[in-house]
Write a protein that binds this ligand. Sequence first.
Ligand SMILES: Nc1nc2c(ncn2[C@@H]2O[C@H](COP(=O)(O)OP(=O)(O)O)[C@@H](O)[C@H]2O)c(=O)[nH]1
Ligand SMILES: [Mg+2]
Length: 1004
Amino acid sequence: MADPSEMYDEFGNYVGPALDSDSDSDDSSAAPSVPSEPDQDEHDLPEDPMQDGELPAPPAQVGAPSAAIVLHEDKQHYPSAARVFGEDVAAAVIDEDSQALEEPIVAPTRTKNFSSSRTRDIDAAGAGGVPPPEYSVPKEYEVALTATPSLLRGVAVVGHLHHGKTALVDLLNDSARAGPSGSRPPLPPRFTDTLQAEQDREMSIKSTPLALAHQTTAGKTFVATFVDCPGHVNFHDESLAAMRAADGVLVCVDAVEGMMIHTEMLLSHALSESLHITLVITKLDRLILELHLPPADAFYKLQHTIDSVNSYIKSKNPLHKLLSPDRGNVAFSSAHHGYAFTTHSFASRYYATAPDAARNNMSAYEFGKRLWGDCYLDPDTRKFKRSNKQFRAKNVPRTFVQFILEPLYKLYTQCLGETEKDAQLALKTVGVDMTKSALRQSARPLIREACVKFFGEGHAAALIDMIVDHVPSPDRAASRKVEKFYSGDQTSEIAEAMRNCDPKGPLMVNIVKLYSSSDGSSFSAFGRIYSGSVRVGDKVRVLGEAFTLDDDEDMAFGQVQGVYMPKGRSLAGVTSLSAGNWIVIDGIDSSIAKTATVTGTSEDCAQAEIFAPLNFFTAGGESAVKIAVEPLNPAELPKMVEGLRRVCKSYPMARTKVEESGEHVLFGVGELYLDCVMHDLRHMYSEVEIKVSDPSVPFCETVIETSSVKCFAETPNQKNKLTFISEPLEDGIGMAIEKGHVDLSKDVKEVGKFFQSNFNWDILSARSVWAFGPGDKGGNILMDDTLPGEVDKQLLDTTKNSIVQGFQWAMREGPLCEEPVRNVKVKLLDAALATQPIMRGGGQVIPTARRAVYSSLLTASPRLMEPVYRMQIQCPNEITGAVLPLLSKRRGHIVKDAPVPGSTFTTMRAYIPVIDSFGFETTLRSFTQGQAMVFSVLDHWNVVPGDPLDSNIILHPLEPSPVPHLAREFLIKTRRRKGLSDNVSIYKFFDESVKEQLMDGDAE
Ligand SMILES: Nc1nc2c(ncn2[C@@H]2O[C@H](COP(=O)(O)OP(=O)(O)O)[C@@H](O)[C@H]2O)c(=O)[nH]1
Ligand SMILES: [Mg+2]
């Protein structure tokens, strides 16, 4: 055969002899293309194991180059994708440029998981979640205990931000675990901060219930459900929901910071709901290690904290039982160092080792009672004395210092200050056996180990003792709860069964909170069973907040798909739970908006009514910040609306509203609150890009004078004429109505008495109150001031309903910018009514009443009102001077300024209008390099300075308006946002003759 090189020119073109036809080449192994291919493949094969044996291998190819012709199009240069990657991998063939560059060709599968590992233990293994910790009380035993209500307790763990609630619950959780404390693996810290966002922000956002079976120091086992509540004032609503379900509260107060603004709000709410209060002074170690207070001063600091809590309680309810360590309702703890004690548990600890002779015929309980306050042990007589006169000179310490603080301080100093050998010996004398290597650990684990050994296993048992003694069991607390919150007939069989906590009674569960699943797709309902039992598979009726026996629209049927005991990060599945328990139910959330009542479908549950919805009064009653939200892509509006619905389920106080302009408005209590709501909305509940407006506030409208003329309006048929005037309501009445202190559905005499005794009204006006508005609890009053001689009262009674409706409408949307009206007393002065009923129907009277009320408001110097925050600022003493200028720039002022005793901090109380508070916290933090903390709560509504109707004011865009122009600015901005014209057309509401009167008045 010719040399191949000669057959091609230097450009690779064939220049050899002319080729024969196809049939000739059949047996020609010299044909250049055919044999060369298999050849090449053969060489490649051994090198690439992936391809080994994967090519279609005709027998001829294996041994020797095949002579068979393989057509070009049949040639397989590479193995198919199926062969390389397996049958279950799809190969996508996609045209160039048909997809945006940022879009992945194969999108990664996404699993949404926003909680660290909230799993149901029945499927924990399958779901890949962290298995729940092993507890010393087996689950079966715990479930058996739940059948006895007297062995159950429900406690909300509440307190100010970072006062150690979550850490305290961790301590309780750790103490309930199986095995000796040294040998068990550490739990993930902040066990009840289940959400990823909570871990990232290092603060709790949602309340988390955790049921624990734990022994008391006496060895009796109780099942206590702790609800770890968030401490930030913005999330006060979570604490309110938890308190609604609980029978008692465990108020945590930081030993250094003392009472803070949120502690006050929580105490106030606990008192208003008649919950049993217990106190824990947390982070005791800070007094020793951070403030370096000598034991005697530490005692004063602790006493001061307890006194401040007591004086607050006294100011709210003078008859309330006070808190004191000697009564056993105050405990001390350091979660970092693994201990919690009461004076009684400390006394028992002494008694465990003390010889009989040393006990002086005194029980441990009696000894514990003498370990607090001005109590001294006389060193000469060995008797306890409650007077310090003779001991002060002799420098005898108080018993609390002598028997509790000094030993504790010694434990710390031995661990931290002594050589290993000395420390080992000294610790041994108090029963703490530490190895040398243990003594070489760093400070925190070392002290923790020493303390846990000192206080013994079950180191949080003292807290359980306190709860068992001072929080009633659900069967004892039920009657008070039912009386307070059950809206139905208190004498009915249902109420009776609930009071008895009867597991065989009609099913009644009060759902107080919804917890979202870890991917945000569904919710579990958390609540308390008042009577009956819940079993998996039960058919139930879910009554919403708007349900009444007459109107059952807000009612849905559901089926219980899961019954669980809450266990922090996991849920322990059980088949049923009975009255007195705190329960998590799956499968019934779809119709629940915020709270609900779950009842059975049987005949005995037919008359069940609802539990009252949550009352947010201690959080200011309403949400003071609003933002408008809008999807970036308008087509995604339905997705966003669904997201908003779910966000409202998840946050008890979040509220949405659709303005008439179609704008979706989201209301929240503060910046942090809305930040969390928006995070959940964007990522968890609707993966939509959302545009958010600048934060704004809702306004209210009011009047500051009495109407200048009697304002009347005629109905369109000119047969009826109503005359009204408006005037400001006396201070405090609006608040009393909103708080529900007076209820018009009650007896007229009772209502009359309320106004007479509290506000000095005369009996005539007190009896002539027709309505409050807007709604039953709106802070405005409609009064009938007509004279019986001039008006036919019987005729008037027949139209009362329509007039009230007109009034309600006017109060709901005021004349200035359609915002609700506040603090106004509207008086009906005269009513000329048609005699034929058809002429004075609702269609005629309602709009006319509204118009006349509007005109009476507009002639009474209408003003705008804005919400005002009460603010607590905590900062180091040296930078307090920097705060005032920042505040006064934003129309704020300081009302109180006091150093925190025993520390280098100052706390200030200030007021600031909510609309000017946006960004204040950030400014203050950056100004003080993060040393200041700010907490704000809605406190009251204030009149915005300036006349909103003054059309002489010219507003300059992008320039801050001077203070007297603010009302006008807010009015115009609000009107524009709502799609209304800039100016209020005042005369639209007046009848011609009123207009003339006003014109005359103006001319004069
Ligand atoms: N020194 C000290 N710090 C603690 C103790 N307990 C909690 N902390 C710290 O206080 C901060 C807030 O604790 P956390 O339990 O999250 O507070 P919560 O907001 O009340 O739940 C964290 O930084 C904890 O490390 C304690 O016993 N001693
Ligand atoms: Mg917390």
